[in-house]
Every structure is written in C-alpha cells, then in structure tokens.
Write a protein that binds this ligand. Sequence first.
Ligand code: FES
Ligand SMILES: [Fe+2]
Length: 353
Amino acid sequence: MTSFVRNQWYVAAYGREVGRELFSRTVCGEPILLWRTESGAVTAMSDRCVHRRFPLSQEPSHLDGDKVVCGYHGFTYGADGVCVNVPGQKRVPRTARLTSYPVVEQDSFVWVWIGERDRADEKLIPRAPWLDDPGFAVVSGMEPLAARYDLLVDNLLDLSHETYLHGGYIGTPEVAETPITTEADDAAAVVRVSRHMDDAACPSFYADSTGIKGRITRWQDIEYHAPCLYLLHSRIAPVGTPPPDADGSDPDAFHVEVVYAITPETESTTHDFWAVARDFALEDQKVSAFMHDNNRTVVLQDVVALDVLEKAITAERDGYQELSINIDTGGLAARRILKRLAEEGAATGEPAL
Ligand code: FES
Ligand SMILES: [Fe+2]
C-alpha cells in the first residue's frame, strides 16, 4: 500500500468550499476541519475533539464567532486550535489543543501542510495562476476516487490512454501513436512529459469549444510537481498556424490549462480535484457548460477505470508484476520521486543530499 508523502503541501479544498460552516476533509489520513474566521481567513485544525474525539464538523458542533464549540460536551476552541473553555471547571488543561495546520489560500485552492509544522514554507507551493486570472475562464470540480493516489499519478502522466479510455471525447488515434519526450528533475521533484502532434484529428472537446473545423496541431506539455499538483499545458491550433514567438506570445492558437490536484485521502482513496482554464470564449457560458460537463465525463471515465484497477490489484494475493514500455517513462519517473519523498520526508523543492 501507499505510504504518504508527508512534509508537503496538499490541496484540501477549493476556496469556495470553505465558509462560515464547519467543513471537513481528510488528507493523508488526517481529518481536517476547515472554516473561515469572521475576517475571512481560512483556518485548518484537527476535526477530532481532544476530549472524546467527537468530530467537530458534526452537528450540533458549531461556530460561535471565531470559536468552535464541540457539540458533545462543549469544549470550545479558538481559531489557533487552543481550547479556551471546558464545561464544569475554570481550569482548562494545558494540553487541550487541537493540532492546527499551516494553511494558504492561493490560485483558488486551499493548501494545507501535512507534517512537521516548522518546515512549512509557502514558497514551496507549486503555482496554477490561471485558476485565479481574469484572462482565463475556469471550470472545475472534485471527484472522489476509490483508488490509491499513485494510480491517478500514473494515469495522468501517460495520456496515451486518451485514445482508448476517452475515445470520442479527448482521445484520437494520434495521441497514442505520437512518441513522448520525458524529463525528470529529481531534485525539484518535477516530471515533464511532452507530446507534440503536428497534424491530428480535433477531438470534440476542442472542436466544439474552439470552433475549429479540420485538423489541428496539438501540443500536450505536462508538468507534474510531486506529490500534489499536475499541470497540462494544452495548445491547439489549426494546422499551418505559426508556432509561438520567441517571447512566448502565441495569438493564433488556443490554450487550455488543465490542472489536477491529487490529494491522498486514505491509503486507498483520493480526492481528484480537476480544473480547466481557457484563454478563449471567456464570456461564453455555453462553452463553459460544455467544457465542464465534458471534462467531468472524462474524469469520471478515469475514476471508473481506476476504481476497478484498485480492486483488481488489491485482490492479487501474491503480489504482481507489471510490464512497462516507452509510454510509462513519465509515470516511472514520478514513482521514483514519490518513493524518495516518502522515504526521506523531504520538502518538495529542497535539493536531495
Ligand atoms: S467530545 Fe468534545 S466536548 Fe466531549
Ligand atoms: Fe484520463
């Protein structure tokens, strides 16, 4: 089974999910209570009361201003997790405090640090700026996955499966046929996988959203920041469109930034956050609805497949062997990096010694 990579930032929620209601989500096996103070800051603390472990997200627990009151016997905690009131006595035990988690709201996500508190460094959080940029229109969601998170990492680093699992949506024959280039930066814990198709069929996901008729140049440039953030820079343009200028400007192409935050919930379940940001048809609600529904369908195709795969490999009593080929290079690099991070508990971005 998976061992969690600790001392890392993980996406616990979208900012829009957290408000003045008590909200709970489990990350790396730890139930975390999220809520906003009256001034709007997100706080993250253990979702288990120190008294008898009652979940603080469970009614009748509630917020009283900037305090959480346990619904079982009334232990009351401040926004820093420190207990300020217990029933029936004046003295609050010194050890009555909830674990509180470093938390940062950035790029529409709520990130929490799992591991040793004093190692939490905001600068280590990988960025997905398109998700909070008026120059892009964004659709997003989260699907629960009944599979270990490694399976989703494997899935996303090898997009040749689009041809088979997502045929008719985002898959065309050229995806599986076109070779990839892979680059792993072990020290920074980043894997890059690129596939550039010069002359490919345009799948309905892009034909219907961009209005392109006919064949396209389609680039898929993946950047996986282990363990949690996956970016797919997707460039779509009619065949014959000039390549981007040296300064990066690329006015004749369409750009879609696909973002996944891959957050382990337990050893065998995962929060599959997905978002699609586009730089065209910004105000077109029909395009937004289409991309949302179509991408969710594609994500659910993966979810169904990975749920089945999790059951299949769990049932292999005597262990199992795999057979890897060229398309697996990125996934294997990611596995190697995740194994190292799990073993050394190193913070992403710190050079390996
Ligand atoms: S379990 Fe919370 S006050 Fe008793
Ligand atoms: Fe997929």
